[in-house]
Design a binder for this molecule. Structure first.
Ligand code: 5GP
Ligand code: ZN
Length: 115
């Protein structure tokens, strides 16, 4: 399934739910997390509805690499100069709440509320 009408992040991709976008291209979207843990906290998501890292296959390697490779530029553009952190929660034990693959990307001066 390329999009799930009940998925909140698919609805953000479709523009049905507003978000503070920082990057969009044909493969992905990056937007500010609604409940940030750090001074800068964005989410990188594929436009394709992939539920979690458990569903990632070798055919997605280019897509995942593409999302990761956007990170340094996005952090620079958001003024992050002293390092950043990627977090991917997967499944129930991984404490994943939104079932559409996303990479948390956080930076900015410590302390952070989480992470
Ligand atoms: P998870 O626990 O699944 O890794 O993280 C889901 C993240 O999505 C949380 O950090 C939460 O704040 C964020 N989030 C959930 N719903 C929305 C939303 O509607 N808009 C935005 N921008 N972020 C959301
Ligand atoms: Zn989705």
């Amino acid at each position: 399934m390329s999009a799930d009408p009940n998925c909140i992040f698919c609805r953000i991709v479709a523009g049905q739910i507003p978000s503070r976008k920082v990057h969009e291209d044909e493969h992905m979207l990056a937007f500010h997390d609604i409940n940030p843990w750090a001074p800068v906290h964005i989410l990188l998501i594929p436009k394709l509805h992939i539920v979690s890292m458990s569903d990632v296959q070798l055919e997605h390697a280019g897509l995942i690499g593409h999302m990761m490779a956007q990170s340094p530029r996005l952090m620079r553009e958001l003024g992050v100069t002293n390092g950043f952190r990627h977090v991917i929660n997967t499944g129930e034990d991984g404490r994943q709440e939104v079932m559409h693959l996303h990479i948390h990307l956080m930076g900015g001066p410590r302390p952070w509320s989480k992470g």
